[in-house]
Structures are given as C-alpha cells and as structure tokens.
Design a protein. Structure first.
Length: 278
C-alpha cells in the first residue's frame, strides 16, 4: 500500500471515529479526567505497559522564549523547570516513578535534550530494576539560537525496559516506515504548529508519538506519562486505541490538552496533519 492510500485509510478511519460521535462530546469529560493534577512522586500502582515522558531539560528554560516559531502570548503560564543543581535527583525520582508504575515486561521512552543527557544516561545505567536497551534520536525542522553556533535540532530518546518480554512491532503507519526498512535509530518528524490555540511551552508532534506508540505498544495497552504537560501523549494514545493516564502539576496544561482534543477529535486535525505532512 502506498503512502497516499495508507494515509487516506487512516484519515477515513479517524473521520469515521469522529462522525460516529455524538460520543466525542460525551467522552470529553471522561477523557479529560485522565489528565490528573499530580506530582510524579505521588503516583503508585498504575501498571502501565508503556511510559512516554518528556521531562524538563534543566536548562533554565522560561517556557516563553521568543526564539520559537510561535506567538508567546498564546503560551500558557505555569511551566516548572528543573534547576540544574537538582537535576540528577529529579531524574532519580522520575526513574523511581517509572519503576513503580510500569508493569513487568513494560518499557519506557524518556526524551532528553543534549545539555544534561549525560546525567540521564548515568542515572539509568546505575538504576536497579530498569535496563537501558538503546537510544533513538528525533531530528526536527528547526533549532533556536543558531546564528553564532551550529544548530542542534536533535532530541535523544532513552529506551528502558522492566523485564525481557517487551512489545515491539516492526512497522508503523507513518511515513517513517513507508520509505524502506524502518530504522528507529533516527526519527525524522517535523514539529507541527497549531495556529491561534493555547500552547504549552513544550509539546511533542503527533506523528512522532504515533510512530513510537505503534512500534512499542499494542491496541488497548495502558500508556502513562507522569510529566504530561500539554497531554499530547494522551491525545495520540486515544486516537490510536490505547488507554492512557497522565499527570502534571501545571493546571494550565490541562487547558491546552482540552484544546488539542477538540482539534483532533472534533475538527479533524489528524487529517489536516496528514495532508500537510507536518
């Protein structure tokens, strides 16, 4: 099946899901309730199949930097950066949260910028109960502040497991797997910008998360994000028939999550994203 037919099939499936819904409006509250205002250290017993999380990078990021391709007036307040001196301890707490809430044979994908990735790597290697299986790289379409230095438009993704019988599917339905044999070492996905919507300071693109979910989970699996921010992990999980639960301390993140749900569930945003190859 070629790209166009595959994307058309995916779009049609999503449109059917949307149109069958009077339910989408009824489901909104149920879906919103899966975004919990909660500290990552307070989670227990989630029993997730897959954890995807993008923690603060510890780079004194204000959340409203003007060098990003967006109107800063649309960016919500409340982003909490992790301070550099405490970064190692925060990563330790995150790993404790992952181990506590991941089921046996579950796995986690942890995003990192380059600045403090050495700390994440070191903490994972020395952490008892989780095993580092590899690292992937997400390359995207811009890098801020690169007039006087080389651009760095790469995120690192640490893949860790709890046990030995984890889920891995060799193919996904994104363009990544339609251009030859899939290579998960490097994932090339553009950032997808949403115009005239409330924005969270950080947000992972839909298609990148789609790719990861389809490779590392099955339908009906439970996906967890203890540092969910915009809630994008939940949005994509829901759209691809995964269960999810997630949390963050920033109440404004839930506002962004609600708008993203409306965009994808009720305004056919998935089809728009596919057609623009964002």
């Amino acid at each position: 099946m070629d790209n166009q037919n595959l994307f058309s099939k995916l779009s049609t499936s999503s449109e059917s899901k949307i149109k069958s819904n009077e339910a989408s409006r009824v489901l909104d509250k149920d879906i919103l309730d899966k975004y919990v205002i909660k500290d990552m250290n307070d989670w227990t017993g989630v029993d997730a199949d897959l954890i995807i999380t993008d923690p603060p990078f510890g780079i004194e990021f204000s959340g409203k930097n003007g060098n990003y391709h967006r109107n800063v007036n649309n960016v919500v307040d409340g982003y909490v950066e992790w301070k550099v001196p405490e970064y190692g301890e925060k990563i330790q707490q995150l790993l404790d949260c992952i181990k506590t809430n991941l089921k046996e044979n579950g796995q986690a994908l942890i995003f990192s910028g380059w600045n403090n990735s050495n700390i994440i790597h070191d903490r994972i290697i020395r952490f008892s109960g989780l095993t580092l299986r590899g690292k992937m790289y997400w390359t995207y379409n811009f890098a801020p502040v690169c007039r006087r230095k080389t651009s760095h438009n790469v995120y690192e993704i640490y893949w860790v497991t709890k046990g030995y019988n984890w889920t891995f599917n060799n193919r996904c339905t994104t363009h990544h797997c339609q251009q030859g044999e899939p290579n998960l070492s490097t994932l090339n996905f553009k950032r997808d910008y949403k115009v005239n919507m409330p924005k969270y300071p950080t947000r992972l693109p839909f298609k990148l998360l789609q790719c990861l979910l389809e490779h590392f989970s099955k339908k009906s699996d439970l996906v967890f994000d203890p540092l969910c921010g915009s809630g994008m992990v939940g949005v994509v999980s829901h759209m691809f028939d995964r269960n999810f639960i997630m949390g963050d301390l920033n109440k404004n993140g839930k506002v962004v999550f609600k708008h993203l749900l409306d965009y994808y569930l009720n305004k056919n945003g998935l089809t728009q994203d596919i057609n623009t190859n964002a």
